[in-house]
Design a protein around this ligand. Structure first.
Ligand code: 8YV
Length: 320
């Protein structure tokens, strides 16, 4: 009988994923979902693989401290800014992520934010809950109609394209900026802008879909917000640090922007306190991939990757 590799699963995962992890590996689970933090290297003693989430920061120091037995790290996320890939490569640790499986769920949340922010869903919900809905009138909680307008998409990757398909069904015209222009069959009629600045000027609605990198950090700053049409609506389901919080809050306060819809935040869950004070921001607690089907698929994808990496085969979704 071959022995199953030992893996450390750093967070509590959906039941079906934990069941499979325990069948296929000697899996050390975290049933109480206590954050492991600085203890990670110690907890990884005797493990060959780690199944982590974006809550675990794989810094160069941590990589150095990991026991020599660790050969593979699979993250339960598409984003990988929490992992120092160079440090892993230097130590011969293979790394994978979970792209594709969450495209549709995240695009659904981007659409929800676009509609919720434009149509003032949280203001309306709060009004009803607080018993402050005194009656109907023709100008109550008006917002801009999305149909017939341009949606600008920054980063036309898998999730950006999934949002474009949804927004087209709502009658929106799609414009996008990407490092390079897509092939016609991927563009599906969307208009390409070679610069972000040109896209911003054309976009009364804007959705961000670029990864967090040193280049994209604070992408949406005061200067770029100024280029958006007055009264624009901004949506972010990518990463919080691609937005300059101070600049976004100032633009929401001044009326330069009509509203924003945010699912991700710099420093989450400790978000900038300014957001909670604003009526014209629709806030969600990083729910992008939070469907039963998608979270199972992310877990199975991470396990497929671990099995391949620890079995000496190419990982389906390698980063290193
Ligand atoms: C996850 C995400 O909820 O996949 C990502 O990059 O942001 C989310 O889908 C989270 O990061 C889980 O680790």
């Amino acid at each position: 009988m071959t022995t199953r590799p030992t893996i450390l699963v750093t967070r509590k995962l959906p039941p079906a994923v934990e069941a499979r992890a325990s069948r296929e590996f000697n899996a050390i689970l975290n049933p109480d979902d206590r954050l492991i933090g600085a203890d990670l290297a110690k907890r990884a003693e005797g493990c060959e693989g780690l199944l982590i989430c974006s809550s675990e920061k794989i810094t160069p120091e941590l990589v150095k401290a990991l026991p020599a037995s660790v050969r593979a790290i699979a993250t339960f996320s598409v984003g990988f800014e929490h992992i120092d890939l160079e440090a892993c490569r230097a130590r011969g640790i293979r790394v994978s992520h979970t792209p594709e499986v969450l495209n549709e769920a995240v695009a659904d949340i981007a659409m929800l934010l676009l509609l919720g922010a434009s149509r003032r869903a949280s203001e309306g919900e709060r009004m009803v809950r607080a018993g402050q809905w005194k009656g109907w009138y023709t100008t109550m909680l008006l917002g801009p109609q999305i149909g017939g307008k341009v949606l600008g998409i920054v980063g036309m990757g898998r999730i950006g394209r999934a949002l474009a398909r949804r927004a087209r069904a709502f009658g929106m015209e799609i414009h996008y900026h990407n490092r390079s222009r897509l092939a016609a069959e991927q563009e599906e009629g969307a208009s390409y802008h070679a610069t972000a600045e040109s896209l911003l000027e054309a976009s009364p609605f804007l959705s961000l879909h670029c990864p967090s990198t040193p280049e994209s950090r604070n992408f949406l700053n005061a200067e770029r917000i100024a280029r958006l049409p007055d009264g624009a609506v901004v949506v972010n389901t990518a990463r919080g640090d691609i937005v300059d919080d101070e600049a976004l809050i100032a633009a929401l306060k001044s009326g330069k922007l009509f509203a924003a819809g945010l699912d991700v935040f710099a420093g989450e869950p400790n978000i900038h306190p300014g957001y909670a004070k604003l009526d014209n921001v629709f806030l969600l607690p990083h729910l992008g991939s939070a469907t039963v089907e998608t979270r199972d698929a992310m877990g199975f994808c991470a396990l497929d990757n671990l099995a391949a990496m620890l079995g000496g085969r190419p990982a389906p979704n390698p980063l290193v």
